[in-house]
Design a protein around this ligand. Structure first.
Ligand code: SAH
Length: 390
């Protein structure tokens, strides 16, 4: 083993990697390799044991990310992990749903890479320098294994800045596409792959949209933070008496209205509202039997947790306070820094301040196609509760 080409850890700092955790923090490293930033190098314990291979970037606090945990050629492991990720989805998705996450970064053992399938278009998002350098290999591998028409890149996440990478967007393979129509549980959605939030849809809420469809019959639904109307379409398809969608993005609201029409469902123009949800819930009575609260991550950093909790509490307090007896509230937080216990406490305080009796009927985490690597709990971010208000 060429020691100058390896990452060597301090004594006692190899435990996490031996437990297959993917991250190497700068404080754990005794010596760095004489190798180009972003390249894949062997990782050794202080005693000289080979722990696997990682790509590295000395600019980042997460200095390295493990690509494998053995002595195999790293590209062979990467291709195998992509294959395993695809196989898992094949076992769970039939023709009624053709929009799902194919590769979920550390959750599938592939740090720095997200690949979402939208019908025959794959949207790829790279967040690290190491993965950026592997892009040609990744594209070639997913094209070979998944046979898409197009691979479109949406690598625009803020973490790229710390890695010293500019945003990178556009077609990587096949003809350029602007939008694509997909199916989720047999319902049709237009996805703007070029200008959308995330890679196009919030795929992580699929099971919750299914739950809303099941709960919908006869209920008056408020979909707050509605984006392109995922919950709205599922509620109306399930037989909701009405469904109001509120989002601050006029483009998202317009697409929500279009998606309702695509499915031959009826909703008044007045049911699509481009507005701030906080202002909307403060300024209106809320005569709804089912309310969905799916806000963006209020805490994007650790330092924002206190302010985020205040915002989650305000939102939930107002909605719980105005909910008619018997209403259901499906409330979420997708801030990784607000864990389930903390979010539950915030909702508990909101219920207390609203002076309402609230029962939790159900819990949610991110959907099936967003697996959590059991050795890497940091990838958990979405949590939600279905509440019943007496
Ligand atoms: N529930 C959606 C995803 C919601 S993502 C789905 O299943 O597809 C969060 C949404 O909140 C985004 O569309 C964003 O435009 C919107 N948003 C962010 N801040 C907002 C605010 N203060 N008021 C209204 N909408 C807001």
């Amino acid at each position: 083993m060429d020691l100058r080409r390896s990452i060597i850890l301090h004594p006692g700092k190899d435990k996490a990697l031996r437990n297959r955790h993917h991250w190497i923090f700068s404080g754990a490293v005794r010596s760095l390799p004489e190798a180009e930033e972003g390249s894949i190098v062997p990782v050794l314990s202080a005693a000289g044991d080979l722990l696997g291979h990682a790509y590295f970037n000395r600019k980042c606090s997460i200095l390295g990310r493990m690509v494998n945990f053995d002595g195999r050629p790293p590209l062979e492991s990467l291709a195998e992990n992509i294959g395993r990720a695809l196989e898992l989805r094949r076992a769970f998705f039939d023709g009624r749903t053709n929009a799902f996450r194919l590769v979920n970064a550390e959750g599938d053992g592939i740090p720095g890479l997200i690949v979402d399938r939208y019908a025959d278009v794959l949207v790829l998002q790279i967040s690290t320098l190491g993965m950026e350098r592997l892009k040609p290999f990744v594209v070639e591998t997913i094209v070979r294994l998944a046979s898409p028409r197009t691979v479109h890149e949406r690598s625009n996440v803020s973490s790229r800045r710390e890695e010293g990478l500019p945003a990178s967007e556009g077609a990587l393979f096949g003809p350029a596409v602007e939008s694509v129509e997909v199916l989720e549980d047999g319902l049709r959605f237009e996805v703007d792959v070029v200008r959308s939030q995330k890679t196009g849809l919030y795929l992580d809420q699929r099971e919750m949209r299914r739950l809303v469809r099941a709960l919908a019959p006869g209920r008056r639904v408020l979909n707050a933070f509605s984006y392109t109307g995922g919950f709205t379409v599922h509620a109306l398809a399930g037989g909701a008496a009405s469904a109001v969608s509120v989002d601050s993005s006029p483009a998202a609201v317009a697409l929500a209205r279009k998606n309702v029409g695509l499915n031959g469902l009826a909703a008044d123009d007045s049911a699509f509202i481009a507005a701030d949800v906080f202002e909307y819930v403060r300024g209106n009575d809320l005569p709804f039997d089912l309310v969905i609260l799916d806000p963006p991550a209020f805490a994007k950093k650790k330092g924002e947790v206190v302010a985020a909790c205040r915002a989650y509490k305000d939102l939930n307090r107002i909605v719980l306070g105005k909910a008619p007896p018997g209403a259901l509230v499906l409330t979420f937080s997708c801030s990784a820094f607000v864990d389930e216990g903390l979010f539950r406490q915030v909702v508990f305080q909101a219920a207390g301040e609203a002076r309402r009796r609230v029962r939790i009927l159900h819990k949610h985490r991110q959907a099936f196609d967003h697996p959590l690597n059991i050795f890497h709990p940091e990838s958990e971010y979405l949590k939600g509760f279905l509440l019943h208000v007496d």
